[in-house]
Ligand binder design. Structure first.
Ligand code: COA
Length: 156
């Protein structure tokens, strides 16, 4: 069955929250500092914002009646040290494991890129954990390139 992409609606919020909690569980492999209560405590307001605000974008991938992936992002301020251009951030996304490797993630990103084009975006960023090789390869295959590298140390 073909998977198609559409704009998310308020009625999709619970499905998106479930997918976002799966993203946290996967990302926990890479980042032990993640707040695993974030989806429950803050997710509802955050995703409602992404779905309803004109400067934000929320997409879902639908197979039959099942939501199998999501992507959220939106316009953001460019860093003050950089020339001011319209900027956007791909904030987070996930495709259910059984639907990976079938082009669903690519379709979600392409739809986001088309939303960016409509909004005259000149620069798009995405942050991935430095050890999320699969995610980084995926984003690079779609045209993203290394820009900043954030270094951290734990003092505890
Ligand atoms: C990253 C993710 C969204 C990719 O979704 P997907 O539907 O599997 O990706 P696609 O099938 O559209 O792949 C598009 C391209 O990305 C690359 N790619 C995808 N998965 C890859 C992998 N495991 N290793 C290397 N490259 C990969 C390929 O070049 C692929 O193109 P191809 O099919 O022509 O070879 C999905 O694996 C996922 O949800 N991962 C967990 C959450 C996550 O890491 N999110 C991103 C960080 S917030």
């Amino acid at each position: 069955m073909e998977t198609h992409i559409r704009k998310a609606t308020v009625g999709d919020i619970n499905d998106i929250l479930v997918l976002n909690s799966l993203l946290f569980e996967e990302d926990r492999e890479y980042d032990k500092t993640l707040d695993m209560t974030w989806t429950r405590k803050r997710g509802m307001k955050y995703f409602l914002d992404r779905i309803t605000r004109r400067d934000k974008c929320a997409l879902v991938a639908v197979n039959g009646i099942k939501i199998v992936g999501y992507l959220v992002g939106g316009l953001c301020d460019s860093a003050s040290y950089r020339l001011s251009v319209v900027s956007a951030e791909l904030e987070n996304m996930l495709v259910l494991e059984d639907f990976r490797g079938k082009g669903v993630g690519k379709k979600l990103v392409e739809e986001f890129l088309s939303w960016c084009k409509t909004n005259n975006v000149a620069n798009i960023s995405v942050t991935a954990s430095a050890v999320n090789n699969r995610g980084i390869k995926f984003y690079k295959s779609l045209g993203f390139k290394d820009y900043n590298l954030t270094l951290e140390m734990s003092t505890s």
